[in-house]
Structures are given as structure tokens and as C-alpha cells.
Design a protein around this ligand. Structure first.
Ligand SMILES: [Mg+2]
Length: 373
């Protein structure tokens, strides 16, 4: 491995390709700090030894360019059986490009494609190749956008707890910077009324609140509607603020979805109750497991952020997993554009151990209408 090329008996990566697809949302979506009407999916394919692995990320179409122009050349010829070496080579190659953001998403998609490819070459499920610490992955329904009216929220929540029997649901709050706090509280009250007492209610402010506003809202939501998860109450860049909210609110404070490397999480470990890591951003399977191990070493749990069908095969490898975000936008895209996606059973996803790799195939013909790069 010293020269980075495939060793004797290894399987050199022959080709890495990327394509980007822009998929409109089913209705306008927004949270406390952003609104959007489409989502870009970047799909990476890696080929070696007569097999193909697939990875993806949700990012700008520039991530596809980064794969084509920077990473494909770095990874081609490396041994697909040694994915950590390929991950390390990609990280080094992006030094001057700037690793957080687009480059990290591109690295994540390639890393995931390589792990999938390795598992397929070995005819193993990815969960089996990584080794399982648990049989399934508890999930929570996530959506509840600030752009929804009460009917849209009701329809979605009833699907989560009625059709899928999910025991945890999360809505977005924080749209108001103080002027419309009442609407945030009314929407939380609506969700509590809809789900009854036996379902956990989570909220995500996406960093919209100030510190004191977050504490005031967090205390009210815990007291009145038993909210148990308060995600990004203040900006994830404000670690002192996260720590302050954590110490003054009963709900668990969580953050980490903008972590583009395992190193990002080290200072955050002392500021939150649970870290969130995203396999499509933090360095793929290699990076996600590194974050899970960091959290374990700090006696914390890790929660998977979005892209539920990719996370399922990886999250079963973490003994300190809390749960996985079953995010409306990504569930819809993955169910429409991939074969082999998973369905919730008993409030959890269970990777299909009878299929090699992560078990999914991209429906390229169906996606073609959305292709942008
Ligand atoms: Mg979030």
C-alpha cells in the first residue's frame, strides 16, 4: 500500500463516475433558517473486478464536478479492498481545494461507493462486512417544515405514527427570530395533540434562536409538551451556546449535521447530549464510523442524519447509536429513484442481509428527467 496502488491480489478501482439530479420537492420546504423547492442528488458509481458500487450525497451539483475532476483520478488504480487508504488519499488530494462542504460531500459519496463495491465483490451485505452491533436502526419521522400549514403537518404526522407506527417525530421550528415564537409553540402543541402521550416529540431549530430565546423556548416545550430532543437550538458554530442550552433545558441538545470531517466533532463532544453525523457529508462510511467511535469514547450516542437508506447499513455497526433521521425529502427521493429501499418495521429500519452491499440499485432511466450534470 506504500505507493497507494493495488497490491498483489488486490482489486484495482477501474472507473469512478458521477452525475447530479435536481428533484423538486412535493411542496415548498423550509426550516428556521432556509427554504428550498428542490434537492440535488449526486450519485457516484465505482467499478472494479466486474462489479459496481454506488454512493450518493445531497449537495450542489459541484460535488459531481469534484468527483470527476479531482477524486476519480485519485482513486482509480487503488485497491478497493483498502477503502481507508482511498479515503485518506482523497482527503489529502482536497487539501488546497478546501475540505469542508462540497469536497467532503464528494469524498463521502466516493467512499460509500467503494465500501458498497467491496461488499459486492465479497458477496457480503455491507452491514455484515462492517460487522453489526445491533440488528436494526431505530428511526424518527422528520419533516414538519415551517412552510407547512396545519393540514400538511397533520397529514404527515398521521402517516408517521399511523401508517408506519413510528414512536418518534420531529418538526422544524425557529422561523421567527422572536416575532412569531407563538407559531412555533402552537405547532409543537398541534403535534403533541396528534401523537398522544406515547410518542416522543422532537424539534429542530436549525440554529435560528439566540441563546436566551432557545433556553426560554426549550423550557416551555419540555414543560408543556414533553419535548425530549432539541436540535441546533442555536448555531452549531456557537459551542458555548449549545452547552448553555444543554445545561439549562431538560431536552437533549443535539448537533453535528454540518460536520464534514471527524475532527469537527471533537470540540462539540463537550457541548451536546448526542452528536449527529451524516454519512453523505462527514467522509462516508469511513468518516461516519470514526465519528461514532469518537462519540463512544466521550460516552455519547450518535444519531444518523438523513439519507436513511444509506445510513441503515452503517448505523447497525454502532453500539452507541441512538437513532436515525427518516427525513421526508430523502425518503421520497430514495424510494422513487432506487430499487431495494427499506421500509420501516416496528419503528426501525433493518438492512436486508440477503443483498450484497447496501442492497440498492439506482434507477437511472427514471432519474434521467432530473439530470443537471
Ligand atoms: Mg437538523
Amino acid at each position: 500500500m506504500a505507493d497507494g496502488r493495488a497490491r498483489r491480489g488486490g482489486v484495482p478501482v477501474e472507473e469512478v463516475t458521477a452525475a447530479a439530479y435536481e428533484i423538486p420537492t412535493d411542496q415548498p420546504e423550509g426550516d428556521g433558517t432556509l427554504t428550498w423547492s428542490s434537492t440535488i442528488l449526486v450519485v457516484v458509481r465505482a467499478r472494479a473486478g466486474g462489479a459496481e458500487g454506488i454512493g450518493w450525497t445531497y449537495d450542489g451539483q459541484s460535488a459531481a464536478t469534484a468527483v470527476r475532476e479531482k477524486l476519480a483520478g485519485v482513486v482509480t488504480g487503488l485497491d478497493v479492498l483498502d477503502v481507508p487508504a482511498a479515503n485518506d488519499a482523497m482527503v489529502r488530494a482536497c487539501r488546497n481545494l478546501g475540505r469542508p462542504g462540497i469536497a467532503a460531500c464528494a469524498i463521502s459519496a466516493v467512499d460509500t461507493a467503494l465500501w458498497d463495491l467491496k461488499a459486492r465483490l465479497l458477496d457480503l451485505p455491507l452491514a455484515g462486512l462492517l460487522g453489526r452491533a445491533r440488528e436494526d436502526v431505530p428511526i424518527y419521522g422528520s419533516g414538519g417544515f415551517t412552510t407547512y400549514d396545519d393540514d400538511a403537518t397533520r397529514h404527515q404526522v398521521e402517516r408517521w405514527v399511523g401508517e408506519w407506527s413510528l414512536p418518534r417525530v420531529k418538526i422544524k421550528i425557529g422561523e421567527s427570530w422572536g416575532r412569531r415564537e407563538r407559531r412555533d409553540l402552537d405547532r409543537v402543541a398541534l403535534v403533541r395533540e396528534l401523537v398522544g402521550d406515547d410518542v416522543e416529540v422532537f424539534v429542530d431549530a436549525n440554529g435560528a434562536y439566540s441563546r436566551k430565546q432557545a433556553i426560554r423556548m426549550g423550557q416551555a416545550m419540555a414543560d408543556d409538551w414533553s419535548v425530549t430532543w432539541f436540535e441546533e437550538p442555536v448555531s452549531s458554530d456557537d459551542l458555548d451556546g449549545l452547552r448553555e442550552v444543554r445545561d439549562q433545558c431538560r431536552a437533549d441538545v443535539a448537533a453535528g449535521e454540518y460536520g464534514y470531517s471527524p475532527q469537527y466533532f471533537v470540540p462539540m463532544l463537550s457541548a451536546v447530549d448526542c452528536v449527529q453525523a451524516d454519512v453523505t457529508r462527514c467522509g462516508g462510511v469511513t468518516g461516519w464510523l470514526a465519528v461514532a467511535h469518537l462519540a463512544a469514547a466521550a460516552n455519547l450516542q450518535v444519531s444518523g442524519h438523513c439519507a436513511p437508506n444509506l445510513h441503515a447499513s452503517v448505523a447497525v455497526a454502532a453500539a452507541n447509536l441512538r437513532h436515525l433521521e427518516y427525513f421526508h425529502d430523502h425518503v421520497r427521493i430514495e424510494d422513487n429513484l432506487f430499487d431495494g429501499t427499506l421500509s420501516p418495521v416496528g419503528g426501525a429500519l433493518c438492512p436486508d442481509l440477503h443483498r450484497p452491499g447496501h442492497g440498492m440499485a439506482f434507477k437511472e432511466a427514471d432519474a434521467e428527467a432530473y439530470r443537471v450534470a
